[in-house]
Design a protein around this ligand. Structure first.
Ligand code: ATP
Ligand code: MG
Length: 555
């Protein structure tokens, strides 16, 4: 789908358009924008749009604006503005100059609306919303002109000014474009340009009681900012007609290098929803703890879970940009973070389901300090100090009384394994509780096997991890599974019935002492267990599982 250009980046139809526009001289340089509405936190779908808009501008030495599309005060909040700025920066992108707000153009939008009224291209309409729906017609039936459509310019200007001055109630009237009630594009049947809302706006307070619609504000915002390529998702394909109609009918913007809109397919990710409205419902209905719950496909949730910005950018590069809607396999996202962490994550040992192991021929009271590599393939990352003594913790799943078969590589009675970064041990006997759960395993160790194979040539294949008991730090592990039971939740309206009841499992175990100051959001590879990072919102040592070591999704 995406062939490579000479910088090794996948090319796509948008880059092809840009190449053409630059070589024909239509534009001298390119400018894009990322226009979130501050009515929720950004999600992985937005990351696709961010990488496309900021990434493309960067590659062509152009600019990208961050513009808040804040024309609907009822649903917007400054909390969202701040989180969006943080997430864009964290993803590694910088906007041109100050952050922009559509609301800072409200005066200008207002003037342009008057220009359309003066050209008999807009009118104030008093049909109720129900009546408007009836007048609009259907895909098969043309619409019917509003009875208010042919009032004169002066009357419309007076009414529009009265709307602005607060002279009408919410819902009493709207400003509409006068286009074509029989257009085959429903959105061209005299779309609403302005409506009345008595709401306090997070940027303009109570200065306005009329607010422009997206279709009116967006294209003008682009044109004011000198955007060349206005990239949005496919749902807006039909609305491109309004985009063009408005700019072509405003004297300031009816020129050949005005902005143009291009549509690409939105990201739909398996087992996730990329609708802010639905994500907000998950939070409001307490299906998750917050917008940045590590199970959420939000940028802040992924960050808290241990995803790196580089891995999200790499994911966006892998999925490419096209005009075909599809459902993206979650394993592509997971392999992006796994590939990154495999190279970069420091190694450590954590015992998630601890049982005690006593090494009976090891001196009582002795604690040995050992050095273990931080990354086995990257010597330059150095070593870390781990400890060894007579009592250590191992994972419950690494011991069975009797090895089930010859392939079994863990510990069993009379069987040897190597303790990772340390000695070879052999289990001799064990204690269990009344329910038959193993409590303590007893072993002997071979003193002559630290960092080397046994001198008698016997082969010990299994390796298990451990943490020395007196120095071990207690830690909580949060292990996540898919949030939804269905791979394509978009097919369902009510997500609450699809929630996986086992999407979070909490375990209490132990980690190496050198993790006492582990930085939040920075993943470690807990050997044999997976990638984990310290939670950024919890007191104490709480680790979120980022992803497993291998793709076990389809097993
Ligand atoms: P939502 O339905 O989640 O509110 P939206 O499109 O209304 O989505 P905006 O805040 O308006 O959200 O989105 C800002 C930009 O991000 C838009 O250009 C939009 O097209 C793009 N975008 C939103 N969701 C996705 C997605 N799933 N994949 C790609 N781009 C997306
Ligand atoms: Mg939107």
């Amino acid at each position: 789908m995406n062939s490579q250009n000479k910088e090794g980046k996948a090319t796509n139809f948008i880059r092809n358009v840009i190449n053409k526009d630059l070589s024909s001289g239509k534009y001298e340089s390119i400018k894009t924008r990322f226009p979130p509405e501050p009515n929720g936190y950004l999600h992985i779908g937005h990351a696709k749009s961010i990488c496309l808009n900021f990434g493309t501008a960067e590659d062509y030495d152009g600019y990208c604006n961050l513009r808040f599309d804040d024309t609907n005060p009822a649903k917007e909040d400054i909390e969202y503005v701040n989180s969006i700025k943080k997430d864009v920066k964290w993803l590694g992108f910088n906007w041109e100059g100050e952050v922009k707000f559509s609301s800072s153009y409200f005066d200008i939008f207002y003037q342009y609306a008057e220009e359309l009224i003066s050209k008999e291209l807009a009118y104030v309409c008093f049909l109720s919303s129900e009546e408007s729906r009836e007048y609009r017609g259907t895909l098969k039936e043309p619409g019917v002109n509003s009875p208010y459509r042919d009032k004169g310019i002066e009357e419309n200007l007076t009414l529009y000014r009265k709307m602005k001055a607060g002279g009408f109630n919410e819902g009493e009237c709207v400003l509409r474009a006068k286009i074509d009630m029989s257009s085959s594009f429903m959105c061209m049947r005299d779309p609403t340009l302005y409506r009345i809302r008595f709401e306090t706006h997070h940027q303009t307070n109570n200065e306005w009681c009329i607010y422009p619609m997206y279709d009116f504000a967006h294209c003008i915002g682009d044109a004011i900012e000198g955007v060349t390529h206005s990239i949005c998702t496919l749902e807006f394909q039909d609305n491109r007609r309004i985009y063009d109609w408005i700019l072509e009918n405003l004297d300031d913007f009816n020129h050949s290098n005005r902005p143009h809109q291009y549509e690409f397919s939105r990201l739909n990710l398996e087992y996730a929803t990329t609708s802010k409205r639905k994500l907000k419902l998950l939070v409001d209905n307490n299906h998750v703890d917050s917008w940045n719950d590590p199970r959420m496909p939000t940028i802040s949730g992924l960050r808290r879970r241990g995803y790196t910005a580089a891995s999200i950018r790499s994911f966006c590069e892998r999925i490419g940009v096209s005009k075909v809607n599809s459902l993206t396999d979650i394993s592509i996202l997971e392999s992006s973070i796994r590939d990154d962490l495999n190279i970069s994550a420091p190694r450590s040992m954590a015992v998630i389901n601890p049982i005690k192991l006593v090494i009976e021929n090891y001196p009582e009271g002795k604690i040995e300090s050992l050095q273990a590599p931080i990354h086995p393939q990257q010597e330059e990352m150095g070593t870390r100090e781990i400890f060894f003594s007579r009592e250590i913790f191992i994972d419950n799943s690494d011991f069975l009384e009797v090895a089930p078969n010859n392939k079994y590589k863990r510990l069993a009675i009379n069987k040897e394994v190597r303790l990772r970064n340390s000695y070879i041990i052999k289990a001799t006997h064990f204690d269990s509780d009344r329910d038959g759960n193993v409590k303590t395993v007893y072993c002997t160790y071979d003193l002559d096997t630290l960092g080397k194979n046994p001198s008698d040539g016997r082969k010990v294949k299994g390796v298990i991890h451990f943490v020395e008991s007196s120095k071990a730090l207690s830690a909580e592990f949060r292990i996540y599974d898919r949030l939804f039971l269905e791979s394509n939740p978009a097919n369902f309206d009510d997500l609450s019935s699809l929630i996986n009841p086992n999407s979070l499992e909490i375990k209490n175990g132990f980690v190496e002492p050198n993790l006492s100051n582990a930085a939040a959001e920075r993943a470690y590879q807990f050997e044999r267990e997976g990638y984990f990072c310290r939670d950024n919102e919890s007191e104490g040592l709480v680790f979120n599982k980022t992803v497993g070591l291998r793709d076990t999704w389809n097993q």
